[in-house]
Design a protein around this ligand. Structure first.
Ligand SMILES: *Cc1c(COP(=O)(O)O)cnc(C)c1O
Length: 370
């Protein structure tokens, strides 16, 4: 019998995620599985909570990884914080804002969507006007819109909400570990992320933090959280306190992986990690532009970890990606929605963000295009 796994080859992951995984994370994943209530494992969980507080820049007590990918973090935030009939405002300029709208709508929230052109940032002036029109229970924004490569001005939107009752929810799936995420400074009430973008772990966990205000909202719900698996009022009893009650079996080895990736990032130092992303981004843009290619997003709002470049006229974009994968073992992403066929999305996330990787990719692309 053939084992299909034997022919899996290492790929330089330069798409919108997953990113290349730290070697130490692969080693961590292979450590012996122990019990999810083993005191040693509880120590590791406590370590993860502390590391997450550091990388999210928060003192929030409720700071834990959710079992599931980034979207599970999104779902956890909405199912715990939203009740039927709540007025919710979602700021949308790409796929992930749209996904938030879908998730909130399924919960029976009254969702207003403030939409902006894909490839352009959310405009705080328009948000301000909308906030003056209605009182919202929750306002949600995506920090790094992976579908376009836009960095949204979360700090400015946060300032608009500082004397507003609305809960503030921020998606940092792609930004965390690549650019500063300032949970406490923003006074964000809920933030979620994912492991396979700038944290350079395989997909499978969603770091999440809730402010005290968000915790209170969850505890004071009129109705039960409508999702058993993601109900934080139960999950916290496993992650906190002296009892550590079983809720669902923690994905032990994935949590080893997350522990190790956070360990790597914090050991390198957050500022150094951000600088490495920026340096690689600038090198990539310089090389693409010197080859005559054009970036989609204005420099001020570009994400270092997700670079959208316009596809030159007459080029079969899918063929180029196929050749990159087949001949060079490099993966990049295509455009989504209105940008399908118009851009490539080049990820420079986490462990992928190394100058030698940028050179390997741009050399390959230049060869293919010529
Ligand atoms: C990738 C991503 C998600 C979804 O994460 P999954 O791990 O694919 O579930 C959500 N938001 C943003 C901004 C993302 O980039």
């Amino acid at each position: 019998m053939d084992n299909q796994l034997e022919s899996v080859r290492e790929t330089l992951l330069m798409g919108p995620g997953p990113s290349s995984v730290f070697t130490e994370v692969y080693q961590a994943l292979a450590r012996p599985t122990i019990g999810h209530l083993d005191p040693k494992f509880i120590e590791i969980m406590d370590g993860i909570k502390t590391f997450l507080q550091q990388i999210l820049r928060t003192r929030n007590r409720l700071t834990i990884p959710i079992s599931g990918t980034g979207s599970a973090g999104m779902e956890t935030s909405f199912v715990n914080l939203v009740e039927t009939g709540d007025d919710v405002l979602i700021l949308i300029n790409g796929v992930f804002g749209k996904r938030m709208q879908d998730v909130a709508s399924r919960l029976g929230a009254r969702v207003d969507a403030l939409e902006f052109e894909w490839g352009k940032p959310v405009d705080p002036d328009q948000v301000k006007k909308q906030l003056a029109k209605k009182r919202y229970k929750l306002v949600a924004i995506v920090h790094a819109e992976t579908s376009t490569g836009v960095r949204n001005p979360v700090g400015e939107v946060a300032d608009l909400l500082k004397d507003n009752d609305a809960l503030f929810l921020v998606d940092t799936v792609t930004s965390l570990g690549g650019i500063p995420v300032e949970a406490d400074l923003w006074q964000a009430d809920a933030i979620y992320s994912g492991t396979q973008k700038c944290l350079s772990c395989p997909p499978g966990l969603a770091p999440l933090t809730f402010s005290e205000k968000a915790v209170q909202k969850t505890l004071q719900r009129k109705t039960k959280v409508p999702n058993w698996y993601l109900d934080l009022t139960m999950i916290v009893n496993y992650w906190e306190g002296s009892k550590r009650a079983y809720h669902h079996t923690a994905p032990i080895n994935m949590l080893y992986g997350l522990y190790q990736s956070l360990f790597n990032i914090l050991t390198e130092g957050l500022e150094n990690v951000f600088a490495r992303h920026r340096e690689c981004h600038l090198a990539l843009v310089a090389s693409l532009e010197s080859s005559g290619l054009e970036m989609l997003v204005e420099p001020e709002f570009r994400l270092p970890m997700l670079n959208s470049v316009k596809i030159p006229a007459g080029v079969d974009e899918a063929k180029v990606r196929q050749k990159l994968l087949d001949d060079y073992r490099i993966e990049i992403g295509s455009g989504l929605g209105p940008l399908a066929g118009k851009i490539w999305r080049i990820g420079v996330m986490g462990h992928t963000a190394r100058l030698e990787n940028i050179k390997r990719f741009t050399d390959a692309l230049n060869q293919i295009l010529s």
